[in-house]
Design a protein around this ligand. Structure first.
Ligand code: HEC
Length: 240
């Protein structure tokens, strides 16, 4: 019996082990950081919205939540819309996606919830050159990915790193292919953190508001408790 219980306890470990995939890198994004969210939004509309929609987000809401005034919103963010009230939709039709990429390109509204921020961070960090693939790149987190490395300019070229294990070459990571790419590493990390931050916010916009609201609620509770205490003292003073 004991042995069975012990095995049951170990089960979750095997579940994780069989999950496969690469070890995920930690995303240090912070949805309270508005400057980072603003930069993430900028990266998204410059590099992603040409193919991906966020069909539950409106430009206007993003502007308000991220503290971007309407004139800047129009100038820097709203490339695919006339009015702030419009949804963040891609001009890419499902048919074009099918034709060029062999599939309808996924909407990214809730990708941070379905994949998780660490997965997204790892995904953007681990594109690497693979001449056998249609776009010349593969990805450590997403084997045989059908998306080109659209942030290539920001990161520079990455090459795969292999380890020899029992006579087999095993892919274990990626590294900058040249000095120019090496020099871009820090800047690219920051850009990806901001982009993941924006995807995280879009997946749950209320989170940003909740952070803002949280400390006010706590403060209110403290003040309320203080007055409740004074009232209690006043009541008891009369009863004594
Ligand atoms: C040229 C078109 C194109 C652009 C631009 C593009 N993507 Fe993609 N993306 C795709 C395609 C196609 C897929 C589907 C890949 C597959 O299933 O193999 C995809 C898949 C993804 C996925 C995986 C979704 C999932 O859960 O399976 C994420 C995340 C993603 N893209 C994020 C981005 C972000 C962020 C940007 C901007 C930095 C971006 N993409 C720019 C075409 C594009």
């Amino acid at each position: 019996m004991k042995r069975i219980l012990f095995c049951l306890l170990l089960l979750p470990m095997f579940a994780f082990a069989s999950g496969g995939g690469p070890e995920l890198q930690k995303s240090l994004n912070d949805v309270r950081n508005k400057a980072s969210l603003q930069n993430g939004a900028k990266i998204f509309v410059n590099y992603c919205i040409g193919c991906h929609s966020m069909k539950y987000s409106r430009f206007e809401r993003v502007g308000v939540d991220l503290g971007i005034p309407e004139d800047l919103l129009k100038r820097d963010i709203m490339f695919t819309a006339e009015k702030p009230g419009e949804l963040m939709l891609t001009p890419m039709t499902a048919a074009s996606g099918q034709k060029w990429f062999g599939k309808a390109i996924p909407d990214l509204s809730v990708v941070a919830r379905s994949r998780g921020t660490d997965w997204l961070y790892t995904y953007f960090m681990t594109f690497y050159a693979d001449p056998t693939r249609p776009w010349g790149v593969n990805n450590l987190a997403f084997k045989d990915v059908g998306m080109p490395h659209v942030l290539w300019e920001l990161q520079g070229a990455q090459k795969p790193v292999y380890h020899e294990e029992h006579g087999h070459k095993v892919l274990v990571g990626v590294e900058p292919a040249d000095e120019a790419a090496k020099a871009k590493t820090e800047g690219y990390r920051r850009a990806v953190t901001d982009l993941v931050n924006f995807l995280d916010y879009v997946g749950e916009p209320a989170k940003v508001v909740r952070w803002d609201l949280g400390w006010k609620v706590i403060l209110y509770l403290f003040i309320f408790t203080f007055f409740a205490y004074l009232m209690k003292r006043a009541f008891w003073a009369e009863l004594h």
